[in-house]
Write a protein that binds this ligand. Sequence first.
Ligand code: FO1
Length: 296
Amino acid sequence: VKVVVLTGGGGGAKLVAGFAAQLAGDELTAIVNTGDDFTHLGVAISPDLDSVMYILAGVLDPRGWGRANETFHCLASLRELGAESWFQLGDRDLAVHLLRTAALARGDRLTAITRQLCAAFGVSHRVLPMSDAPRPTWVHTPEGRLPFQRWYVEHRARPRVVAVEYEGDGGASAEVLAALDAADLVVLAPSNPYLSLGPILAVPGIRERIARHRVVAVSPLIAGEAVSGPLARMLHELGAASPDVAGLVAHYGDLVRTWVVDERDARAVGVAHVATDILLVDAAARNRLAAEILRL
Ligand code: FO1
């Protein structure tokens, strides 16, 4: 069976790990948001690609980003030297950013770089950036337009979101298009529709290919609340049909065939849905939810 999961953020990475525990390397492909990517202090950072790679390698920090058992000596020196230190770059994490930066400078595609890094971490499942071209996400606020990481981390996601913009016109990689054409099942991970899945669906070639498949979406909201991140308030700020799972269902329209939601949200869905425990607290919960989706 060929499963393709669209993902961004820590929650999405957890569900990918749940599928990886059930599927062989060539049965699972993660198509990952790169709208959070940016160059910081001269290094190219791909947070969502790294979260998926790290969780599949068993080295993801429990916070959902960066490396476990990390140290921050370089960051401490940057702070002493008066450099920007709002973005917490760990020492082990830096190795990945340095290798990615050097490979991009050599002209390698992000898809190839990610494949090499995954191989070095012993990750056998496929992790694909949504595009090899830069497609950065910008957050428009009353104080102006901010690059995603400056809004989300430096400003702690506090400024009100007036609009979310996906910059760039690069298309999907050949690997992404082939994975979508070969898929038996496409899963939207419990990721933010505006910040994580929106950037992926906006990549030319992706949405129309997904629409040809059975799409299962796992709600990123439980009882109307976001499990993590700013989603619940964004639904209000961006004028979603309603600030709950019904608003999510309306947001995706007929793209999603089956919604997987928490029992408390079953009423709000209306369309075909499965009500189950979707809180991915540990590996057992992730594996059980992934297995339940595969049985659909
Ligand atoms: N998120 C934070 O809230 N604070 C940080 O200092 C931070 C550093 C960081 C370093 C590397 C990395 O790969 C991710 C990092 N993140 C941090 C998460 C990042 O903002 C992601 O874009 C979010 O997790 C959303 O996907």
